[in-house]
Design a protein around this ligand. Structure first.
Ligand code: DAH
Length: 338
């Protein structure tokens, strides 16, 4: 009986050695170890083996199975290695890899992050508000009368509900003053929307950064110092900055800020970059009325506010001539910022 098993083993090992691919190896495995395989059938015959020989027979079976299994495994590995080598033949592993394109931040993101960093160093904290606003936060609380042109349907995107897409980030000022305790020192970068005719300097969605500082002793020199420092950090300390009297409903006095642009080969020119001013007491009063307290008592509390166009800052920084480039996602344009 045991000789029979050893013959099976010898034949099996020959079959395995002769197998030249996965398929013939698998056939060899089935023909020996499969349900009707030679070794399985021999094993089934153990019941006919006389009792005193059963143990020796069982051992012979186990030894044969172990030898066959490990031969199968070895052969399997050897075949895999041959296949791997064949797959790699003709491939030059010393060739340099294909370059992987690396993404980059959008210029608007770069300029926003830089503006935020400068202002955070001065103690301003980030604030946020909804882009779908109501008239109270966008206009009424900001002392903007019902007949102000900004409120016109021709200039502003209104929803049927009476809500609107905020026309400026100044609405975030109101939201902060409604809930905050003093001092309030916030900045709010974000989108604003207007029904502007689209051209090289206008889009119907653009980006602003709003700032507000309210406390018991905020003065006009604080405003000037803060924004002058900001634009010097942004465009270099030799950049000239001027404050030009202007009108905004929510600040009094109000100014527009210009920086002097020096482009090589061109005459220097002033370019408007922000609006700002001392918070109008009427704004504090409107908010006190909704807060139902007098935390913003204009006898005791003063503040300054500013709003700047981030698209404009990016256009100045990189001499971008057409604002539409900022939203077209043309890779030839964007890859210059990588
Ligand atoms: N909201 C104004 C605009 O969109 C900009 C502005 C001007 C914001 C004066 C201010 C400010 O906070 O004080 O044109």
């Amino acid at each position: 009986m045991n000789e029979h098993v050893s013959t099976i083993q010898t034949l099996a090992l020959e079959l395995i050695a002769a197998a030249s691919d996965e398929r013939t190896l698998d056939e060899a495995r089935v023909s020996v170890l499969g349900k009707k395989g030679t070794l399985s059938l021999a094993g089934a015959a153990i019941k006919d083996v006389p009792g005193d020989q059963k143990a020796a027979f069982g051992q012979a079976l186990n030894t044969a199975r172990a030898a066959i299994t490990s031969a199968l495994e070895e052969k399997q590995n050897a075949l895999l290695e041959i296949a791997d080598r064949a797959a790699l033949s003709g491939i030059d592993l010393t060739l340099p890899a294909r370059p992987v394109p690396i993404g980059a931040l959008h210029p608007l993101t770069l300029i926003r992050d830089e503006a935020v960093q400068i202002l955070r160093r001065m103690g301003f904290a980030l604030a946020d508000g909804p882009e779908i606003e109501d008239e109270f936060h966008c206009f009424d609380a900001l002392n903007t009368p019902a007949d102000h042109p900004a409120r016109n349907e021709k200039d502003t995107f209104y929803f049927n509900s009476g809500k609107l897409l905020r026309t400026h980030t100044s609405s975030v000022q109101v939201r902060m003053m409604e809930t905050a305790t003093l001092p309030i020192r916030i900045i709010a970068p974000g989108s604003a929307y207007r029904r502007d005719e689209i051209d090289a300097t206008h889009l119907s969605v653009f980006n602003q950064l709003e700032g507000l500082y309210v406390d018991t002793d905020v003065t006009l020199p604080d405003l000037k110092g803060t924004l002058e420092y900001f634009f010097h950090e942004m465009f270099g300390t030799t950049t000239e900055v001027r404050f030009r009297p202007h009108f905004f409903p929510f600040t009094e006095p109000s100014f527009e800020i210009d920086v002097k642009l020096q482009v090589k080969g061109q005459a220097p020119r002033w370019i408007e970059v922000a609006g700002c001013g001392i918070v109008d007491p009427a704004v504090f009063e409107a908010i006190n009325a909704t807060r139902k307290d007098r935390v913003l008592d204009h006898g005791k509390v003063t503040g300054f506010a500013f709003g700047m166009g981030l698209d404009r800052l990016a256009m100045i920084r990189w001499a971008i001539k057409d604002i539409r480039l900022l939203i077209e996602n043309d890779i030839r344009f964007l890859s210059q910022f990588a």
